[in-house]
Design a protein around this ligand. Structure first.
Ligand code: PLP
Length: 465
């Protein structure tokens, strides 16, 4: 067998990648024609590719490398755990120290009475768990007809059948027969794109009240839960109006339905608090966690549930679990990650220093001729690209055409900034320094300038009718 190393020429790696590796969320032929960018190593906030380029990763991988790349402590912990107990399961009345220690720590960190962790291997798995958990909860309480879960259009909750059904991504639902039954979607609190002439706070209230309307339409006795991300991430970093979450909370309380906060991105410091629920005053019955839980160093996710949810579920045998629920290496890595986040004051530093610093710089991008809005909370931000700022106009081209051009300019300028349609988004590692923030915003400006020129030259600076 050929040894495949970082030292092979890029073109050779790309050819093997194209021949044998199928990528998630990727048009295979399109990518294979030009070759994937191959990342070989990373430190702090900086990636190195196979051609030696140093790239500022303003996405923290996929929103997950909260403590930054290259922390030896996590590698040490993983190696130690692999030697001591590389694997054991938590089915059939067994447990192990890493699973216990991490669950205990999570119970301390999470707000309210979220004191009980059910482990999964990812955010998708955890949200699949949540579907079965809330339906089982109501069945155990003698209300099996309460099986409907209400979610939001353009929400993202993962890519498995259950979690993608909770999500509201049309492109995903179109492939493979989703959503599964008894999942309903209401509109998102996306004022910039959908708010028209209404005041943002009034719009936030109206969008939250769609939950009440949907509950009344379907019958309150049928509703098990509502799920939402405190801030929609993959949908384009959609920051809700302040009026939104308090109204959602009021409605969930009024009808006694379970509130699931999907904290997979917002959790572990992203919004300047440990959890997005704290930033937005949400009191969830269940939280989904993954990504920043281990800073992406090992795959792990989970559902943290309230005392009441745990009490009811513990009253039955819950016929559900994953081989890697509570994987000892992942738990040990996550615990070390939480120690570093806490002891190095990383979350506090985001709130007190880097988030305010980035906010000022980021919002200054709104002065760019092609930027219709620049918004940010904590260290997750978005730009809406537009051909006409005053009208908040969309481009006449297919959604994502201009966003893709801008993303390509970012890549060329050694900045990873993603596009969702014609929105540009960032979510850098929480350890980003002020100097690195200057670099990030500088490269973003340059990329926007270059993209604008390219868009004009291609005749794409046209508003949709
Ligand atoms: C990424 C994500 C998920 C899915 O997590 P995976 O680990 O990719 O399965 C779920 N919810 C949200 C909010 C996410 O951003």
């Amino acid at each position: 067998m050929t040894a495949i190393t970082n030292h092979l020429p890029t073109a050779e790696l790309q050819a093997l990648d194209a021949a044998h590796h199928m990528h998630p969320f990727t048009h295979g032929d399109g990518m294979n024609a030009k070759g994937a960018r191959i990342i070989t190593r990373a430190r702090g906030v900086t990636l190195t590719d196979s051609d030696g380029n140093e790239i500022l990763d303003a996405m923290a991988g996929l929103w997950c490398v909260n403590i930054g790349y290259g922390r030896d402590e996590l590698a040490e912990v993983a190696a130690r755990q692999m030697r001591e107990l590389p694997y054991y399961n938590t089915f059939f009345q067994t447990s192990h120290v890493p699973a216990i220690a991490l669950a205990t720590r999570l119970a301390e960190l999470t707000p309210g009475d979220l004191n009980h962790v059910f482990y999964a291997g990812s955010g998708s798995e955890a949200n699949d768990t949540n579907i079965r958990m809330v339906r089982t909860y109501w069945a155990e309480k003698g209300a099996p007809e309460r099986n409907i879960i209400i979610a939001r259009k353009n929400g993202y909750h993962g890519s498995s059948m259950g979690s993608a059904s909770l999500g509201g991504m049309g492109g995903m639902h179109a492939q493979g027969g989703m959503p599964i039954p008894d999942i309903h979607h209401i509109d998102q609190p996306h004022w910039y794109a959908e708010g028209g002439d209404t005041d943002p706070e009034a719009f936030g209230l109206a969008r939250a009240r769609q939950l009440e309307e949907k509950i009344e339409e379907l019958g309150p006795h049928r509703i098990a839960a509502f799920i939402g991300e405190p801030v929609q991430g993959a949908g384009g970093v959609i920051i809700p109006p302040d009026s939104y979450w308090p109204e959602i909370q009021r409605i969930c309380d009024k009808y006694g339905i379970l509130l699931i906060a999907d904290e997979v991105i917002c959790g572990f410091g992203r919004t300047g608090n440990w959890f997005g629920s704290q930033t937005y005053g949400i009191r969830p019955d269940i939280m989904t966690i993954a990504k920043g839980l281990s800073s992406g160093y090992a795959p792990i996710g989970g559902s943290i549930v309230s005392d009441e949810v745990a009490r009811v579920l513990n009253g039955c045998e819950f016929n559900h679990g994953y081989t890697y629920s509570g994987h000892p290496v992942s738990c040990a890595v996550a615990l070390e990650n939480l120690r570093i986040l806490d002891e190095e004051g990383i979350v506090t530093r985001v709130a007190d220093e880097t988030a305010p610093y980035l906010k000022e710089k980021w919002e200054s991008l709104a002065a760019h001729p092609m930027v219709g809005e620049a918004r940010i909370v904590g260290l997750m931000g978005s730009l809406a690209l537009t051909p006409d700022k005053s009208a908040r106009a969309k481009f006449a081209s297919d959604p994502g055409t201009v966003g893709y051009i801008c993303r390509e300019r970012c890549f060329a300028n050694n900045l990873v900034m993603r596009h969702v349609g014609d929105r540009m988004i960032i979510s850098p590692p929480l350890v980003i320094s002020k100097a690195e923030i200057d670099t990030l915003v500088g490269r973003a400006w340059r990329s926007l300038d270059e993209a604008e020129r390219q868009v004009r030259d291609a005749g794409l600076m046209q508003a949709a009718a």
